[in-house]
Design a protein around this ligand. Structure first.
Ligand code: ZN
Ligand code: ZN
Length: 341
């Protein structure tokens, strides 16, 4: 499999195509799974990505970069390999990257989740010989509730806070999580406001044709509105800053897979923690491996050792991607440090 992909200090490299997949440093040619900053590294000369990620990538990448985009399923020959992108269900435009070389197929999942999310295309299994999967939440303790259950709880918290005369502030990462959240909110309860970083990403989603409920950027509001009963969607870093003062009495919440661990809610000092993740949980990770049915699995990120050992016990050839991929400066759940104060 080494001619297909190998791990270098810049990340996964495909020698037969002379490109990097989600490189950790600026390189000449990057094939990018999605627009989160730990995957779409700023400063590369050339990017190849899935078309639905165009608006988000252009929003965030260096202006002098060259972009090429492919529709989902469309194949492009790069060097000696064929590349195509397939929905990963993580955020808008997120892709699994399929690399074919002399009849052998490798698939890099990027970040992914199974199941419905109205803000992006649903993950689909891709047959392969080598699957490189993330395992951010690859432990049996991570089992996500159905979305309907999670959003019913969030909307109930909103109604209860409204009755208590409070403003709700919910924290989610600006790109992806916030829009997933917005799509599940019930706008008949009250007005929805957004932090500037969230609204910028909302614009990119709307330009891409994703329907979101009506939102108003907090910074664009004149005078002194009554915040009681409103919902504010903000980035986690806004918590406890002077920006919050204007809202008066608030009830705060964090939406993240990490909220499955009780101590994390306390550590964030938020009133509520909602376990809403855009990554596979333990069960769906194993299901994905079964459906893609690869001969070999390389596991990276998070609980890679546990997942690789479990797969080995099930008779599959699996290993931890040596050294694991470097991830720094992330803005989504992939980097655990993000939930620490
Ligand atoms: Zn991500
Ligand atoms: Zn990530």
């Amino acid at each position: 499999m080494d001619e297909l992909l190998r791990l270098t200090q810049h990340g996964l490299y495909c020698p037969a195509g002379d490109f990097f997949v989600d490189p950790s440093r600026p390189v000449h040619r990057a094939v990018v799974s999605h627009a989160h900053s730990d995957h779409a590294r700023w400063g590369c000369r050339r990017y190849l990505a899935a078309k639905p990620s165009e608006q988000l990538l252009r929003l965030r990448m260096n202006a002098d970069a060259t972009f090429d985009f492919l529709a989902y399923g469309e194949k492009e020959t790069v060097g000696e390999v064929k590349i195509s992108f397939h929905p990963a269900g993580h955020i808008l435009g997120s892709s699994q990257i399929r690399i074919e070389h002399r009849g052998r197929v490798a698939v890099v999942t990027g970040d992914y989740k199974l199941g419905d999310d109205p803000t992006c295309e649903t993950w689909e299994p891709v047959d392969c010989d080598l699957l490189i999967t993330e395992s951010t939440f690859g432990l049996p303790i991570y089992r996500w509730e159905p979305n309907a259950t999670i959003f019913a709880a969030i909307n109930q918290w909103w109604r209860d806070s409204q009755e208590a005369g409070k403003c709700c502030v919910i924290y989610g990462y600006a790109v992806g999580k916030s829009q997933h959240l917005l799509a599940g909110l019930d706008p008949s309860i009250g007005p929805i406001f957004t932090h500037g970083a969230v609204e910028k990403a909302n614009d990119a989603y709307r330009r891409s044709g994703v329907a979101l409920p009506k939102t108003t950027h907090v910074g664009s509001v004149d005078g002194k509105p009554n915040w009681q009963g409103a919902m504010v969607v903000a980035v986690p870093s806004a918590h406890g800053t002077p920006w919050m003062r204007k809202f008066g009495r608030v009830s705060t919440a964090m939406a993240s897979g990490w909220m499955a661990i009780r101590g994390n809610r306390r550590r964030r000092s938020v009133d509520r923690g909602f376990v809403l993740s855009d990554h596979v949980d333990w069960g769906s990770l194993l299901k994905a491996v079964e459906l893609c049915d690869p001969e070999t699995v390389w596991v990276t990120h998070g609980s890679a050792a546990v997942v690789a050992r479990y797969l080995n016990e099930q008779g599959r050839d699996a290993k931890v991607l040596e050294g694991q991929l470097r991830r720094e400066g992330d803005e989504d759940e992939s980097v655990r440090g993000e939930v620490d104060p």
